[in-house]
Design a protein around this ligand. Structure first.
Ligand SMILES: Cc1cc2nc3c(=O)[nH]c(=O)nc-3n(C[C@H](O)[C@H](O)[C@H](O)COP(=O)(O)OP(=O)(O)OC[C@H]3O[C@@H](n4cnc5c(N)ncnc54)[C@H](O)[C@@H]3O)c2cc1C
Length: 300
């Protein structure tokens, strides 16, 4: 480890290597406290070239690396053992390009998801990936886990948002496939193998992502249902009656609402009587051609 540590210090700047246990703690603790890492070295490269150099140095010493994004994953995938090094992507934060005409943005892996949503919005566009951890999870982590979130019904999972990918392979080579071409029918699609591989095949350093028109209309409803089969019938009704504007359809049992009423201040039951199942649904659209309030009223 000592030879490797001095190699890593040569590759990275002063803030690029953490060995102080107090400073390292933030990278070792899974946020619910269910997993606790033992890694003694955290590396924080600034760009893809530094990631490549770190991977080559670790491969040469046969030392495993665990990539870490926002560390919001709930199954301990970003937690590392004592003989493993954590590679945090938090300093790869560049927006490399945004192209509203082509509806794409090319961003580095360490960008926080909520910041990318804002970047897209500032350009008059919409980036639909959205989940409760969006204030701290990173796009690299979202792609590594093929995250879902609340808009999957309409826009698909994280993998459906990707046109191009850049990643560092275990050899240290850079897989550079960043492009914004939609009608791409060339050969094998290696990026889709890397997406969802949770850091086991390579380290994602950047991606070209799809953008959409910003939905300036939104209508939301909480619907109470007597039983589970009613939710399937209601989903069919919402899908066929919403003209393609249905974004979210979240099914919740009464137990979940009871937790919220009990523990979230200011949260109370909006219905006159309790029901066993609830659906929170959302319709969104851009422009004036469709009115989502009218569509929602018709569905209800
Ligand atoms: C409140 C809350 C709500 C959530 N809601 C959802 C949800 O709706 N849908 C959903 O799918 N998940 C959800 N999650 C889980 C989690 O937020 C997602 O899995 C998220 O995509 C993880 O991103 P991260 O940056 O935190 O990754 P991390 O937790 O840091 O890492 C996750 C895995 O990806 C690997 N990894 C991270 N970055 C890279 C990279 N650049 N290259 C290669 N591998 C990498 C890690 O090694 C690890 O195996 C939720 C979590 C919380 C706390």
């Amino acid at each position: 480890m000592n030879t490797l540590l001095s190699n890593l210090r040569e590759i990275l700047d002063d803030r690029g290597v953490i060995t102080d246990p107090v400073e390292a703690e933030a990278y070792l603790e899974e946020r619910r406290g269910r997993f606790h890492g033992k890694s003694q070295i955290i590396v924080r490269p600034r760009d893809a070239a530094e990631v490549q150099a770190v991977v080559k140095a670790c491969t040469a010493q046969k030392t495993p690396l665990v990539p870490q994004g926002g560390n919001t994953g709930l199954c301990g995938g970003a937690v590392a053992n004592a003989d493993q090094i954590i590679l945090s992507l938090e300093r790869l934060k560049q927006i490399r390009a945004i192209d509203p005409a082509n509806n794409t943005m090319t961003v580095e892996a360490g960008c926080i998801l909520a910041e990318l949503q804002t970047t897209a919005r500032d350009a008059g566009r919409f980036f639909p990936l959205s989940l409760a951890a969006e204030g701290s999870c990173q796009i690299g982590g979202n792609l590594a886990t093929n995250a879902g979130g609340i808009n999957v019904l309409r826009y698909g999972n994280a993998r459906d948002q990707v046109l191009g990918l850049e990643a560092v392979m275990p050899s240290g080579e850079l897989l550079s496939d960043l492009h914004g071409l939609r009608k791409n029918n060339t050969g094998y699609d290696l990026k889709q193998l890397l997406i969802g591989s949770e850091g086991t095949l390579g380290i994602i350093t950047a991606a070209t992502l799809k953008l959409y028109p910003y939905p300036d209309q939104s209508a939301t409803a909480l619907v109470a249902l007597h039983d589970l089969p009613a939710s399937i019938a209601f989903l069919e009704r919402a899908q066929s009656g919403s003209g393609g504007t249905l974004c979210s359809f979240e099914l919740m049992h009464r137990v979940g609402l009871d937790f919220a009423f009990k523990h979230v201040s200011g949260c109370s039951d909006p219905m006159t009587a309790p029901h066993e199942w609830y659906v929170l649904l959302s319709l969104q659209a851009s422009g004036d051609a469709i009115n989502v309030d009218t569509l929602l009223s018709a569905i209800l």
